[in-house]
Ligand binder design. Sequence first.
Ligand SMILES: Cc1cc2nc3c(=O)[nH]c(=O)nc-3n(C[C@H](O)[C@H](O)[C@H](O)COP(=O)(O)OP(=O)(O)OC[C@H]3O[C@@H](n4cnc5c(N)ncnc54)[C@H](O)[C@@H]3O)c2cc1C
Length: 598
Amino acid sequence: MILSKIFGLLTAVTVARVCHAGLLTDTAVVANKKYDFVIVGGGTSGVIMATRITEISKHTVLLIEAGVAYEDIPVTLHAPALGVRSGSQQPWTWNYTVVPQIGMENRTFTYQMGHNLGGSSYVYGLYTRGTDQIFDKIAKISGDNGWSWKSLVPYFNKAEGFLKPPSGGEWGPNDYKLTDHGTQGPFNTQLPMYPNDLDPLVTKLVATEAEFSKWNNDLSSGKSLGIGTSQATITKAGTASNVASGYLTPAVLARKNLDIITGVRATKLTFKASKAGPVASGVQFTPSPDVNVTTVLANNEVILSAGAFNTPQLLQLSGIADKDFLKSLGIPVVLDSPNVGQNLRDHVAMPMQWEANATTTLDQLRDPTFLANQTSIWQQTGKGILTAAVANHLGFFRVHPNASIFDSQNPDPSIGSDCSHFEMLFRSFITPSPATGFFTSMGIAFTSVASVGNVLINTTDPFASPLIDPKFLTSEVDIRIGREAIKTARRAYSSPVFDGFVVKEYGPNPNAMTDPEIEEMIRHSGTTFFHALGTAQLAPFHADVKAGVVNPDLTVKGVKGLRIVDASVIPVLPDAHPLAAVLAFAERGADLVKAAWR
Ligand SMILES: Cc1cc2nc3c(=O)[nH]c(=O)nc-3n(C[C@H](O)[C@H](O)[C@H](O)COP(=O)(O)OP(=O)(O)OC[C@H]3O[C@@H](n4cnc5c(N)ncnc54)[C@H](O)[C@@H]3O)c2cc1C
């Protein structure tokens, strides 16, 4: 397994520690203090919320993060090609495991959400906004046009600091449109820094094969179908972008109205009674199960930004969920809200692998001498193979019209006719990697899926993992889409364009040819693409808790003083890697808070 081997070589590397003012670890400092806003979860959304709210100097904010400080992640793992994803069972990931997946031969697998300041913004590296129809659907579902594509574009742009590629480099005007990006935001994106052997071949594929001829000259335009140059979450310095280093600048950390505490886990929300119903009053937290909880109070709001798994977990632990479910665990009911933890949406990932006639793929990183040299180059210059993106080209496709896979029993799950059914990532390596050889792969994601799962606790222990059940491949139509995706990937790599580069299919099962065989391969080898969301979904103001968990302004239905701002509220899975959507939701979420407490 190449990445874990690399990780093994790197664990001894020096840890960069920069102690910032404003970063706390001692619970006594905040015990019994009152803040205007207490934000739970210093991940993608929580960091943005804390940064933006404290732009108003009268608002005081405490941000509570369970995981490690950004500076506690080994410095070499800030290299895009390595990244914190390379190690599981590490302090900076949650290392969750999904429950046995009945659609996947009862297999389980790990789910490495970010457990660090910066959260899951830091664990991978592709930036895609998805199709405009997705966000227009969210506007419709929520009854709030503020969530439409057009309304969200300024928020996508506000978060994004797109770096224009250098002129004379690999990428030209057909690879991006500056007008589709924000260039001044804290979160850096850019076209891939490190070219690979596949790049000219993909260009040739588009030029010569009718089926793959749709070129998309900016995958962030709101129209994502076609093949295009990927956008990577990489900074100017050649490090992996993340919200902690992007938003929490020394000036932000020096704000007197912002405290951030890391290494402590929120265990419960506290409520007080009022004529209007329960009001969230504060948060209990502790660094470990054997230490008494500390309570911190919120004058204005508690904001939950603990992510798609931990936000519903904390709501359930605090008595906000289906009342019968809560009673079965002996948890006093604060609010009967049956959708909490339901509507878990995620993309299935299916890695297809080929042997490559090449010597320059990322598989080179298995060689310790090469890795050491490249590490040194990267540390000194911010360049080299360690800046390689996850993939330099992506393709978003609808199933071939001749496939006729949809019928009244298995309707098309895509949100609109511009939305993709699946994505193909043209990658210059495979993972896990065999000990020798060079490879190329097609990372496939099923981007429009019908299966819906849930996240439910089965204990009142806040340190126990919730039961995460995406219910992958429990809808027949997802398998049908997956089969078409695999056939399409094989057609692409069978093109004469790849003669001389692609040697032969390697895995996961080159002998799976018939539909039942391909289905078996998907069920046997499919996994997650780590795009969980939807577990505290939006619903219109006029709808009650039976329709959703939060209102369009992200306040929790049925209680006062509580808002959720993270991936949980997004009711529909974008046909994309969802980080960009989460960034935009958080930027708008912060504006909604500012407007409410002017
Ligand atoms: C392995 C992986 C790879 C990914 N790759 C990509 C990609 O390439 N492109 C893309 O667009 N998207 C990607 N995603 C998805 C994207 O990163 C997430 O959708 C997004 O970051 C979610 O943001 P969030 O704010 O909802 O949660 P997070 O960023 O996960 O933040 C939640 C934070 O809350 C903290 N927390 C949780 N519970 C508690 C508690 N009880 N007390 C205190 N703190 C708590 C967590 O430690 C975490 O820091 C990936 C996700 C993962 C996990």
